[in-house]
Ligand binder design. Structure first.
Ligand SMILES: C[S@@+](CC[C@H](N)C(=O)[O-])C[C@H]1O[C@@H](n2cnc3c(N)ncnc32)[C@H](O)[C@@H]1O
Length: 380
């Protein structure tokens, strides 16, 4: 079997459960790009994983015992299927990469259509086997969403298309509402399952005037609007706005779409004197790497200030961040700072919430905890 030797520091991390071996900790390589390798420190076998030549994380760990890669992947996927089915019946994240101890593998199930994304070189040759395993578990349609830029770092080509079955669109049920999902053309894997519990939580704020900023295909606004009230949606993406129209009709929501940049639209709404009972903010990850932290924090600060200004006295702010570089403490600090600047008193409803439970957090890989959702009362 091909082999990779690591230094003492990486050996310690692997024994603690880490799944990533950084390039500076690799001491020797007897392997080719994409190989399944035995990972050693001196004469001691530590683990097994895939090797990617030239990557800043050349070894991803998948097993500490079993040495057959397909046995590791398939038995883990079987276990995960049972676990995730205990959480959700119809639509769920079956495999959450590092969070579920399968680095670089994402599988989302949207009722009868699955999305598959592979971000590790060595995993790619198991693509067809994984698609068959998904079909064997009763999901007939499998869409490959291998179009994320992180594949380029692994030397993998970008592609998307249908791998199994005939359809790539479906309608899923979530709480009280339905969503039209296009797994092939939607963002990422088609739909943001990570916010599901928070969207359902938001249903209690139905009624009145609701502003859903960064709405994508309607997420929060559809949940609240379907139960009553008038929703203003703000979204930049053309394709997202098209799907949003369909979800508004599907759920009989009274809504209006403002296409454009969130900051520009929020400023325009302020000038027009529009005020809301609820504002939801769910921006894309504004901090994509460490260099972006300060710039990203300033944007979260600005967005939260504008949202607070747009609220009626006693209104509800639902503020999200999916940047794992922003800690929960710093996120709350930004919201607190925004409230101070706007002379508002804010109270968190209980606690900061996070990602849906099918998005497992694997503690030795802290970046698997990334979503933060703050539900707040905002008063003058
Ligand atoms: C995290 S997603 C929102 C998910 C949504 N809340 C849901 O529950 O499905 C962020 C959305 O913001 C949109 N977006 C990105 N930049 C934007 C901008 N400057 N102004 C408005 N929308 C933007 C993206 O197109 C994307 O649909």
């Amino acid at each position: 079997m091909p082999r990779v030797w690591v230094n003492e520091s990486a050996a310690r991390e692997i024994r603690r459960g880490a799944l990533h071996v950084y390039a500076q900790n690799v001491e020797g390589v007897e392997a080719s790009d994409g190989d399944w390798v035995e990972v050693l420190h001196g004469g001691e076998t530590l683990a097994y994983g895939f090797f990617t030549k030239g990557s800043s994380i050349p070894v991803k760990i998948y097993s500490w015992g079993e040495d057959d890669p397909w046995e590791v992947i398939s038995s883990r996927m079987e276990d995960l299927f049972v676990q995730k089915k205990r959480l959700y019946d119809e639509s769920f994240r079956w495999v959450f990469a590092e969070g579920d101890l399968l680095p670089g593998l994402l599988v989302d199930v949207f009722k009868d259509v699955a999305a598959l994304r592979i971000n590790v070189k060595g995993l790619e040759r198991f693509k067809e086997d994984i698609a068959d395993l998904i079909v064997d578990h009763g999901v007939e349609n499998v869409v490959e969403r291998n179009d994320g830029k992180s594949r380029l770092k692994e030397g993998l080509p970008l592609r998307k298309g249908l791998l199994r079955g005939r359809k790539h669109k479906t309608v899923i049920q979530e709480g009280a509402v339905k969503f039209f999902v296009d797994v092939l053309k939607g963002q990422k894997t088609g739909f943001y399952l990570d916010q599901r519990e928070n969207r359902i939580f938001s249903e209690r704020f139905a009624g009145g005037r609701i502003l859903d900023v960064f709405s994508y295909t309607g997420g929060f606004g559809i949940h609240m609007g379907a139960l009553g009230g008038e929703v203003h949606f703000v979204e930049l993406g053309e394709a997202a706005a098209e799907l949003l129209k369909r979800n508004i009709e599907l759920n009989n929501v009274s809504g209006k779409i403002f296409k454009g940049d969130a900051v520009d639209v929020m400023r325009k709404l302020l000038r027009r004197g529009e005020r809301y009972d609820v504002v939801s903010l769910d921006p894309p990850a504004l901090i994509k790497n460490r260099a972006d932290v300060e710039k990203g924090k300033r944007m979260y600060f600005l967005l939260n200030r504008l949202a607070m200004r747009l609220l009626k006295p006693g209104g509800v702010l639902l503020s999200s961040s999916c940047s794992h570089f922003l800690t929960p403490k710093d996120f709350l600090g930004i919201i607190r700072g925004a409230a101070e600047k706007e002379s508002k008193r804010i109270r968190l409803m209980g606690s900061l919430r996070g990602q849906a439970p099918d998005h497992s957090v694997y503690l030795p890989q802290p970046e698997t905890l990334y979503l933060k959702f703050a539900p707040l009362w905002v008063e003058p």
